[in-house]
Design a protein. Structure first.
Length: 255
């Protein structure tokens, strides 16, 4: 007989609402499972849990996922998608994982039932449409980033030594931090090794290399292996930056 696991989640606020209590969800699932003639393997309940709060663990959801991957049942039933998943990405990834081990999925409200050909087709269409939306979003983002690059605007998080000026809508130099950047470049040119520099300025080795290899400090914007002059003010000269890169290259060649 087809074994199915029931998953029920209710937040503290929802426990008092008619239709979303643990008992209400359980009754709806039991009625559906009875009509289908399935057998209940187990009921997984996370009470007082909010789906969107990533910091709060959901023990029974984790148990459900592990049991599904271990093929302890053939299907999972929930009342609505948001009972189980925090976002669409998690839903798609989890359903894809279930599909690999032939664990089917049923959501009553969205009428998703991958145990039937039509249900599986519907699920496939949802996945395909979600993928299309993601690809479209990526394409739009790429266009925005390319436009910023053409205008010479720094892309992403402000590098150490700069701060974003909301009024002027451009990066400005943070004098105190910028002085540290200058010192790091100058100390490197003066022959100090990275361990000493990292110790002096209390920075990780990774941060040190991120700074001395970042052409942003010489007034450039870099995107997709291309570079152009930015609208921001440089912290070091291009000559200083190039000298540091040559020094690093000569040190590598000596190893």
């Amino acid at each position: 007989m087809f074994k199915v696991a029931k998953y029920i989640r209710v937040s503290s606020r929802e426990q008092a609402l008619e239709g979303w209590s643990v008992d209400a969800q359980n009754s709806k699932l039991d009625a559906y499972i009875k009509i289908k003639g399935w057998e209940v393997y187990d009921t997984y309940i996370d009470a007082g849990k909010t789906a969107g709060d990533l910091s709060k663990p959901r023990p029974d959801y984790e148990r459900l996922y592990k049991d599904a991957i271990q093929k302890k049942f053939q299907g999972v039933a929930i009342v609505r998608l948001d009972r189980a998943f925090r976002n669409s990405r998690q839903a798609l990834n989890t359903l894809a994982d279930f599909n690999k081990v032939n664990v089917q999925f049923v959501s009553l409200i969205e009428t998703i039932d991958t145990t039937t050909p039509h249900g599986y087709l519907f699920f496939t269409l949802i996945v395909a449409f979600a993928q299309f939306e993601r690809d479209l979003a990526i394409s739009r983002l790429q266009g925005v980033l390319e436009e910023k690059f053409e205008r010479g605007i720094l892309i992403g998080k402000m590098p150490f030594g700069y701060k974003w000026n909301k009024k002027e809508k451009k990066p400005l130099i943070d004098e105190n931090k910028a002085q540290i950047v200058k010192n790091i470049f100058n100390d490197t040119l003066n022959g100090k090794l990275y361990k000493e520099i990292c110790r002096n300025y209390k920075i990780p080795i990774k941060s040190y290399y991120n700074i001395i290899k970042n052409k942003t400090y010489a007034g450039y914007v870099v995107f997709n292996n291309q570079e152009r002059r930015g609208i921001h003010q440089e912290i070091i000269s291009e000559e200083t930056f190039n000298k540091v890169q040559e020094l690093l290259k000569s040190r590598r060649n000596k190893k």
